[in-house]
Design a binder for this molecule. Structure first.
Ligand code: SF4
Length: 293
């Protein structure tokens, strides 16, 4: 089997309930249950996470973000609902992996350790031999995987992260199996780093992951933070300026943008860096407490 048919095979399996011969169904179900238990356990028990350490999972982050975390800045605390969102994401990812196995596809190398230039991490898995990250995404995030444009818009650094694992494994085929968490749609995006005929090839190979890692090591040791990762952008035609997506999700946004104001719109918070006209919606402070006006 190959990843090209993976999504169709999962859809067919869940629709027809026909599981290919040879799939150890009970084993998959039991492993799924055990992994769900572990995810919940990890999310409700204290465990130390050293943000100052460079890991494969964060080498795709922007230089300035890495500088702040490496240099001990605490950044914003995750809000309770954000923690639930992350927990829910992990549970979804585990479910997708179980469905992959039940559809007859081969899942190997789960959580295998990888290392490049002294930086370590653990990959999600390989599916049918292709190094694969399993993700859940919002409809907006899902679209980039569906249309293949992730390489052009990757604020969370998924490409660099998987390039690190690929280098460690000596492979060139990489992919993302992604579920839109609002409607259950699945997609599989595959990039072949060795295929020069692909439109994305030069972008994917613009720099090697070894160069990236050597550069990061220098950046985080520098005395001052590097320049901001993004500029602010107009908020429609209001005259206000807001943070772009990459900064909105960043824990260090209040370090970078000290006069930031947060307004709660129906589609989520909007972070304004400059307010020409006060929005007619609730404003909250950095702790999410309503500001009375
Ligand atoms: S807030 Fe924006 S500019 Fe500042 S570190 Fe985060 S992503 Fe970079």
């Amino acid at each position: 089997m190959a990843t090209d048919t993976l999504v169709d095979d999962i859809y067919r399996m869940i629709d027809t309930k026909e599981i290919p011969d040879g799939v150890p169904i009970e084993q998959v179900i039991n492993d799924f249950g055990e992994n769900m238990k572990q995810i919940l356990r990890d999310n409700i028990t204290e465990h130390e996470f050293d943000r100052r350490k460079l890991r494969m999972s964060n080498i795709g982050k922007k230089d300035r973000q890495l500088w702040y975390s490496y240099n001990g800045y605490e950044g914003e605390k995750l809000l309770p609902h954000t923690r639930i969102k992350f927990l829910y994401g992990h549970l979804i990812e585990e479910m997708i992996l179980a469905l992959t196995k039940l559809s007859g596809h081969d899942v190997t190398d789960e959580q295998k350790e990888a290392e490049v230039g002294g930086i370590k991490g653990s990959m999600d898995c390989k599916i049918d031999g292709v190094l694969t990250d399993v993700k859940s995404a919002s409809p907006y995030g899902f679209k980039k995987f569906k249309d293949g444009s992730l390489i052009d818009n990757d604020p969370f650094g998924y490409v660099d992260q998987i390039k690190g694992y690929a280098h460690s494994e000596g492979v060139t085929d990489v992919g993302w199996l992604v579920m839109d968490k609002t409607n259950g749609h699945l997609t599989y995006l595959k990039y072949d780093m060795a295929d020069e005929s692909q439109w994305y090839w030069s972008k994917l190979n613009f720099f090697s992951i070894e160069e990236r890692i050597e550069n990061i090591k220098k950046v985080v040791e520098s005395e001052n933070p590097p320049t901001r990762c993004y500029g602010h952008i107009p908020d429609g035609k209001s005259g206000n300026m807001k943070l772009p997506v990459g900064c909105s999700y960043c824990a260090y946004k209040r370090e970078c943008w000290p006069s930031l104001r947060t307004f709660i719109y129906s589609n989520g918070p909007r972070y304004l860096t400059y307010v020409a006209k006060d929005p007619n919606v609730l404003e909250v402070d950095a702790d999410g407490i309503e500001i009375q006006k």
